[in-house]
Design a protein. Structure first.
Length: 133
C-alpha cells in the first residue's frame, strides 16, 4: 500500500536570518537557518528537536575560497572542508566516532577535477596508520 507524504516549507526572515521550517505531513521535520556572520555565510540545519545536525560555512581567507561542512550524527561527527586557490582544489575530510576512531583524508585535484594526490590516516585511541597514494 502506497502512502503519499506531504512536505511543506515556510520561509521567514528574522533580522538578518532566513529561517525555513519544513513540515512533513503537518509535523515539523527540520529547520534551516541561513545568515552572515562577519564575512562568513552560514547555513545550519536542525532536526525536529532543534538539535544541530549540519552546519555549512563558506568564506574567503588569505585568497582561498573555503567551504566547511560539519555533520553531527548519533555515532560521531564529520567535517568536510574544501579549499579553492584559483583552479586548484584541496579537500580535507575528518571523521570521528564516539569510540575513539578517527579517519582523515586529504586530497588534491587538478583543474579538470581529477585527483592528483591523496593521503589517508586512521587512528583508534593511540594507534595511527597513514597511507599516501
Amino acid at each position: 500500500d502506497y502512502k503519499q507524504n506531504i512536505e511543506c516549507s515556510l520561509k521567514q526572515t528574522v533580522n538578518d536570518t532566513l529561517i525555513t521550517r519544513i513540515t512533513l505531513n503537518g509535523v515539523i521535520n527540520r529547520v534551516m537557518k541561513e545568515y552572515i556572520d562577519g564575512k562568513k555565510k552560514i547555513k545550519e540545519e536542525f532536526d525536529n528537536d532543534m538539535t544541530l545536525i549540519n552546519k555549512e560555512t563558506e568564506y574567503e581567507e588569505r585568497g582561498l575560497k573555503v567551504n566547511v561542512n560539519h555533520t553531527l550524527r548519533s555515532t560521531g561527527y564529520s567535517t568536510d572542508s574544501i579549499y579553492y586557490e584559483g583552479n586548484k582544489k584541496v579537500k580535507h575530510i575528518y571523521n570521528s566516532d564516539y569510540n575513539g576512531t578517527i579517519t582523515v583524508e586529504i586530497s588534491e585535484y587538478d583543474e579538470q577535477g581529477n585527483i592528483i594526490w591523496k593521503t589517508e590516516g586512521f587512528a583508534f585511541k593511540r594507534f595511527i596508520k597513514i597511507k599516501s597514494k
